[in-house]
Write a protein that binds this ligand. Structure first.
Ligand SMILES: N[C@@H](CCC(=O)N[C@@H](CS)C(=O)NCC(=O)O)C(=O)O
Length: 218
């Protein structure tokens, strides 16, 4: 059986769990311990990040996007990439920019105000809040949300049908941005409708963290 090394509350692990669930692929989920020191974890991923996927023959893959593309290739049903080459590229573009740019703005918004101490985000004391990063990140997040809302115009899912881009966007749009109080926001009606739809999807319900992060006032 495939083994997925990941953390229940981590966004990139969730992104891969969502694809595994969507495609009904059996796997064992393992939370690594001591991954920064354990030489066994460096064998799984020399960059020591999760998720990492161990195949049945012991070979490993890392980077959520690469893992998800591999899953799409070995389990093509249901397809999570459109058939049309332009639309496939568009889904990949949405996924890649979500991981690189949306995630970095969301991270800036969170880390400027909170300390990350799972299962909590602990609110920083006022004098340690990084106001400049906070405001820059907030502005960037809203630019992304406006762009993503228009990507959904006339579409049920980011990929037309449920796609690798939808899996990549589920953690920030339904996890951290809700926790931070940025979403729901009536200015983004298509994202709101998408969020309601995805919340009913069995793969979403199966893959979402059972005990998500919560905010702790310091
Ligand atoms: N580009 C990587 C990002 C992976 C990543 O940042 N993983 C986080 C958890 S979601 C992690 O391992 N953080 C722990 C650390 O940096 O030590 C991917 O898509 O897999």
């Amino acid at each position: 059986m495939l083994k997925l090394y990941n953390f229940e509350r981590s966004p990139f692990g969730w992104k891969t769990r969502l694809v595994l669930a969507e495609k009904n692929i059996p796997y064992e989920s393992i939370e690594p311990r001591n991954k920064m020191e354990d030489p066994g974890f460096a064998r799984l991923n020399p960059f020591r990040l999760t998720p990492a996927l161990e195949l049945e023959d012991g070979r490993t893959l890392y980077e959520s996007t690469v893992i998800n593309e591999y899953l799409e290739e070995i389990h093509p049903h249901p397809p999570m990439l459109p058939r049309d080459p332009y639309e496939r590229a568009r889904v990949r573009m949405l996924e890649d920019t979500s991981d690189q740019y949306v995630y970095s703005a969301v991270r800036g918004l969170a880390m400027s105000q909170f300390e990350f101490s799972p299962p909590y985000l602990i609110r920083r004391k006022p004098e340690t809040v990084d106001h400049r990063t906070l405001e820059e990140s907030r502005a960037k997040v809203h630019e992304h949300l406006a762009r993503l809302d228009s990507e959904l115009s006339g579409r049920t899912w980011f990929g037309g049908t449920f796609s690798l881009a939808d899996a990549a966007l589920a953690p920030p749009l339904t996890g951290m941005l809700r926790l931070l109080g940025i979403l729901p926001d009536q200015r983004y009606p298509n994202i709101l409708a998408w969020t309601r739809r995805i919340a009913e999807r069995p793969s979403y319900l199966a893959s979402a963290p059972k005990q998500p992060l919560s905010i702790k006032e310091s």
